[in-house]
Design a protein around this ligand. Structure first.
Ligand code: A3D
Length: 321
């Protein structure tokens, strides 16, 4: 072992490769790109290593098809599986990606059971739950990335609408990562000014804000449709890196993540998007906020959809029952 941190990326496709580049540029640690495709992670690792002299990083980047090479990883980011094609919903991926989570969960359990694991594979809220079950890691050490991305999408559209810096928009999204996600307007501010108030000041109609909420919900699908082949990867990767940095740096950031919720929000043992404190203890705390009746019922629709997916997972793999 070296004194450096080790980042294992399970899945070396579009998001995996982007994650490796970001982690190397930030010198977060040494990086292992793992994939079942032979040669591809090794090729990406070589290509990325050769950015080092130009960008000025010393991170060691290797590619592998052997789980033994993720041994002792501090952070594992999982993108293994298949992405959506145009016309597919995230849920269509369930059967294929559930099998992938089983293999990945066992690989993590056997090689780096002390890691902080961030899942990105879709359908996110079900896959992070299944990955936790298969790996047997504590719930606070397994989390899903979705809310950071969904709220970044919301913030981007709001910044464009109001003509303000994206840095001054604090957008808030709750619930499952799907078309039922719940952008929460009451907690969304333009540098502290509630978004509805700011819209009034700027003469932006409520309908226009609702259109932006709707575009946020369908933000992933919009990109899938445009790309024609695969789904978003730059912003998903940078979102997961923010979560990994919060863990490695014990930053205690409050990030919207798919976290394990037991008790709060009236939920009983479910992974779903909620504001979460991330620090050296993994997901250290889930913050329960006040919601309006409408937001509560929207959250219920979203968590019901997640629960349905968990039932489908249990139907496909009896070890999950
Ligand atoms: P892609 O470029 O296809 O990469 C996936 C990689 O996984 C490929 O290189 C495969 O070879 C590899 N793989 C398949 N099976 C296994 C296995 N058993 N073990 C190890 N590796 C395997 O996809 P991508 O990087 O664009 O997307 C990856 C996942 O992220 C997909 O499930 C997407 O739907 C999901 N995604 C989630 C979000 C969220 O916000 C949650 C956003 C964008 C994409």
């Amino acid at each position: 072992a070296t004194g450096r941190k080790k980042i294992a990326l399970i899945g070396s496709g579009m998001i995996g490769g982007t994650l490796a580049h970001l982690a190397a540029k930030k010198e977060m640690g040494d990086i292992v790109l793992f994939d079942i495709a032979e040669g591809m992670p090794q090729g990406k690792a070589l290509d990325l290593s050769q950015c080092g002299p130009i960008e000025g990083f010393d991170a060691k980047i290797t590619g592998s098809n052997d789980y033994a090479d993720i041994a002792g990883a501090d952070v594992v980011i999982v993108t293994a599986g298949v992405p959506r094609k145009p016309g597919m919903s995230r849920d269509d991926l369930l059967g294929i990606n559930l099998k992938v989570m089983k293999a990945v969960g066992e690989g993590i359990k056997n090689n780096c059971p002390d890691a902080f694991v961030i899942c990105i594979t879709n359908p996110l809220d079900a896959m992070v739950w299944a990955l936790r079950e298969f790996s047997g890691l504590p719930h606070n050490m397994v989390v899903g990335m979705a809310g950071v991305l969904d709220s970044a999408r919301f913030a981007t559209f709001l910044a464009w609408e109001f003509g303000v810096s994206t840095r001054d928009v604090n957008a808030f999204v709750l619930g499952g990562h799907g078309d039922t996600m719940v952008p929460v307007k009451s907690y969304t501010t333009i540098n502290g000014i509630p978004v509805d108030d700011y819209a009034k000041i700027k003469g932006v109609s409520e309908d226009r804000i609702d259109e932006i909420v709707d575009r946020t919900r369908k933000g992933g699908g919009e990109i899938v449709g445009l790309l024609g082949n695969g789904s978003a990867y730059y912003a998903p990767a940078t979102s997961a890196i923010a979560m990994a940095e919060a863990y490695l740096g014990d930053q205690k950031r409050i990030l919207p993540c798919a976290s394990y919720v037991e008790g709060k929000y009236g939920l009983d043992g479910l992974y779903v998007g909620v504001p979460t404190v991330i620090g050296a203890g993994g997901t250290e705390e889930v913050i329960e906020i006040e919601l309006s009746d409408e937001e509560k019922s929207n959250l219920k629709v979203s968590t019901d959809a997640v629960e349905e997916l968990l039932e489908a997972c249990k139907g496909l793999d009896s070890s999950l029952v």
